[in-house]
Design a protein around this ligand. Structure first.
Ligand code: S3P
Length: 167
């Protein structure tokens, strides 16, 4: 299963909880990329550029997908380039939907730098990016609005959906 969605949607928080409940493995693509390359996401953007970062994310995704029973959390822009092509056909895609305002609120407390929201007006930037990306995220098999919901509630809802979709 792949959790897609905007920055701040909670992919890296919900993902491990979901994997634990399912008895599956969890992998955070960007964290894994930073660990294996020794280069932070912010440095990838600054030094190698966004396109190189997205290609590396897709390549690593294909490697990670050699494992079965996997919950994968890629970065919010993974879906824009080769992301989808790097997962096996039939992999369930779940979209964690977050409003721009909630995403920005959450990211203010997050030490991880998001180069695409840097600048004087992160909210306007998040609104614009989200508007562009919604149609990409909308390819998901299931979606859940995360604003005002706890990770545990989201995990239960996704597991219920998984049961009905695989029965
Ligand atoms: C990005 C999302 C980030 C990270 C990078 C770019 C995006 O991941 O990949 O800063 O384009 O939406 P998160 O979604 O985990 O914040």
């Amino acid at each position: 299963m792949v959790l897609i969605g905007f920055m701040g949607a909670g992919k890296s928080t919900v993902g491990p909880l979901l994997a634990e409940r399912l008895g599956w493995t969890f992998a955070d693509v960007d964290a894994e990329l930073a660990r294996t390359s020794g280069v932070s996401v912010a440095a990838w953007f600054a030094e190698r550029g966004e396109a190189a970062f997205r290609a590396a994310e897709a390549e690593l995704t294909a490697e990670l997908c050699s494992r079965d029973r996997l919950v994968l959390a890629p970065g919010g822009g993974w879906i824009l380039q080769a992301g989808l092509e790097s997962v096996p056909r039939g992999t369930a895609l779940v979209w964690l939907r977050v409003s721009a305002a909630e995403a920005v609120r959450r990211l203010e407390r997050d030490p991880e730098v998001r180069p695409l929201l840097a600048g004087p007006d992160p909210l306007a930037r998040a609104e614009a990016l989200l508007a562009e990306r919604e149609r990409h995220y909308a390819v998901a098999d299931y979606n859940v609005m995360v604003d005002g919901r706890t990770p545990a509630e989201l995990v239960s809802e996704i597991i219920e959906w998984l049961k009905t979709s695989s029965s």
